[in-house]
Design a protein around this ligand. Structure first.
Ligand code: R5P
Length: 281
């Protein structure tokens, strides 16, 4: 078995290869004069684990080309971050179900798909091959344990994140709670306390995705106004769109951590172990 990965999933690809005790195959990328992507990958085994997060149209093309380049192998596809998954239904007539379009496109030429904390489980049913996800709640819990905070409160910024926050909190035996979120626009949200609070100790906000940072920045401002001692944020997929990191820091979030499903300076823990376990099941 060998591992091949796209350019933006190199660190995680290398970690997966290391866990599997195998090699990361070199893949070279360049451009044709018209801007189209040219890709060439090394020699593969009977089975190849292809690793690539879906982070917009360029990464989709790269991933499709890489899967095709592996056509002589059985391909086990790992999509650490499945972009477009939040458009998981036709909210307004005439819209695509983007999650379905991506899942169908990524099902060709692969025998299985594994992803990480997909926004909604139902998205997996759009793949036309067996698809599963791993939940990084235990890894988030272990990361928080390493911060050595005194009795931190694990806080979900909205009801949707409650199952995730519950699983994180159970890892360390911590208290958990949730806020009430109303989305006003793509960037703007209103966050109100749930039934409990105010919280005066260390609070760790946990969520599946940080995109614009609007959700957690609004939560952090409210928590500081209520007297929280410290506010930290740990997510699975750190998209950090635009000025998200600046927004989060200016809202008083001292630590911001994400996994390596989207690689960047805030990738402080890894999805490699759980992904390899899922592949070997
Ligand atoms: C939404 O339901 C997700 O779980 C996240 O809360 C959301 O994607 C975060 O987006 P943003 O960082 O743009 O507020």
């Amino acid at each position: 078995m060998k591992v091949a990965c796209t350019g933006r999933s190199r660190a995680l690809g290398a970690r997966i290869a290391e866990h599997l005790g195998t090699r990361l195959v070199e893949t070279n990328l360049s451009r044709f004069p018209d801007g189209e992507i040219y890709l060439r990958t090394g020699l593969l085994d009977e089975t190849t684990v292809v690793v690539g997060s879906l982070l917009g149209s360029e990464t989709l093309v790269e991933l499709l080309l890489l899967i095709d380049a592996c056509h002589r192998s059985e391909v086990l596809l790992v999509v650490p971050y499945l972009g477009y998954a939040r458009q998981d239904r036709e909210f307004k007539p005439g819209e695509p179900v983007s999650a379905r379009a991506m899942a169908r496109a990524l099902s060709h030429g692969v025998s299985r798909v594994v992803t990480v904390n997909v926004h909604k489980e139902s998205v997996l049913s759009h793949f036309t091959v067996p698809a599963s996800q791993v939940n990084l709640a235990p890894e988030v819990g272990d990361f928080i344990a390493g911060l050595n905070l005194e009795n931190p409160l694990i806080l979900a910024p909205d009801r949707g994140a409650v199952p995730f926050a519950t699983a994180v909190a159970s890892r360390g035996g911590w208290e958990f709670d949730h806020l009430e979120k109303t989305r006003i626009s793509g960037e703007e949200v209103r966050v109100e306390p749930g039934k409990n609070g105010p919280w005066t100790g260390d609070v760790v906000l946990v969520d599946d995705i940080i995109s614009t940072g609007g959700t957690l920045a609004a939560a952090a401002r409210m928590l500081h106004a209520q007297g929280a001692k410290g506010v930290h944020a740990v997510c699975v997929h750190g998209l950090f769109a635009g000025t998200a990191l600046g927004l989060l820091h200016s809202a008083g979030i001292s630590r911001i951590a994400a996994s390596d499903t989207i690689e960047g300076p805030n990738s402080l823990y890894s999805a490699a172990g759980p992904l390899v376990q899922a592949l070997s099941r």
